[in-house]
Write a protein that binds this ligand. Sequence first.
Ligand code: HEM
Length: 494
Amino acid sequence: VVLRDRLSSKKRVPLPPGPPADPFIGHLRLVPSEGQDVFFYKLGKQYGDVVQLRVLGRSLIILNSVQAANDLLDKRSANYSDRPDLPIYELMGEGDMLGFVKYGDEFRAQRRMINGYFSQDKVKNHRPVQIREARILAYGLLQTPEKRSDVLSRFSTAIIVDVGYGHQIVSTNDPYVKIAGDVGRVMSESGPPGATLVDAFPILRYFPSWFPGTYYANYARNSQGVVRRLKEFPFNQVKEQIAQGTAKPSFLQAQLETMNQTGQRDETLAKRIQATAAVLYQGGADTTSAVLDFFFLAMLLYPQYQAKAHEEIDAVVGQERLPELHDRNSLPYLECLIYETLRWYQPAPTGGPHKSMEDDIYNGMLIPKGSILIPNIRGMTWDDNVYQDPFNFDPTRFMPAPMGRGEPYPPAFGFGRRVCPGRHLAIESLWLSVATIMATMTIHRTVDRDGKEVIPDVLPVTTGITSHPRPFQAILKPRTPNSFTLLKHAVESG
Ligand code: HEM
């Protein structure tokens, strides 16, 4: 009786508001193929911070405020930490990797493994690698500014490959660079159409990749080799190095050593180690380099903030040495510059999709069991209840009054039990790279044939769930002759 009463009372609870739908396909025709983050943001403006869409019988709940995302995904995380079925990623061989794993024991085991190596406390051990790579990055940018995008990718790949697998990248022929390139291509390219679902509903091919069955199935099948190599190559390399006594400390080495010590050599554990090591690359490489590219874009569009960062670094660090992490607390403006970059544009603007496990009621609205919840980070960072003049890039917004307005840092790393486990590593990588770049170079706009400054396009490209700036050129110059010498010396002395 109690259950019947609860169910019948739920029937009276309205669903969250949303736009009018078509019969059967629901809101399918409304959702655009590109720029879903901006579309969801606009829906939020019209219908409120919790909006419901129905697509082919599935309930999509769009969350456009930090408050709603925290209330549901964090405070009620026991119900909202599952992921939707993503058959295409499963087909690719990624179904057992943390970003896609369902809520349950395997999820907990993988998070524990990753947290054990990347918690706030543990990431301190990885600083020497990050410092070295930040300096190689700045040196590389000054030497080949026209290859900025490649140099940024190399930076984020090198950190993951060293911290994750104990391998230092020294040349572009490196097998890890090849694997990284292949994985990046697979994640961003779409393949030939032909999947049953896509054939049945051709419009599905324009859907973002988190929507079940929408990614090209053939392409996914053809990509299995790339994903397998990402899992097996580092694993086999480190296993061999351990056997030969040459393994360097790394995430993989630590997991394999623990497995050897406990004598627990079962296949499930070996597969789990492979999957967690692979997901580090997948979660950490393109995201970090995309943020840095957004940073360069912001510096070209808003040169006044670059000048302020230079001033702060000169006052604290001077020009005779390079910044170190112990300078971090003395450089509040630089901190704000990094968080404003993360607020302004994000590499994952629609966040990670969460799935609800039971019916729930929130603010008088029914969130049906099995809904896919999209924490639309774009909408949250453009929320004018939280951020004044949200489209404007303004690092001082986070500063306490009277310098700023004390606005909160953006939720760029997601929510609840699914919050990004690489966030501490990511923030330190970003801090070291931005601090080293600001200490050693100035960033300028290029000029066209008529001598007019080129202002790059601010609108990013978003494919699937990741976003990065459109290609643009920047002129990078050493701040002083000593900047270049300092970097050269740091890089050459290792
Ligand atoms: C600036 C860089 C980064 C950004 C903006 C970012 C952002 C995110 C976001 C938004 C999510 C989804 C969270 C959710 O579902 O609520 C996520 C998940 C994840 N990230 Fe990151 N991330 C970054 C760097 C990294 C790094 C460096 C690593 C690894 C070392 C990493 C590993 C992961 C993993 C494994 C997940 C899946 C977690 C799960 O499903 O439980 N990320 N990240």
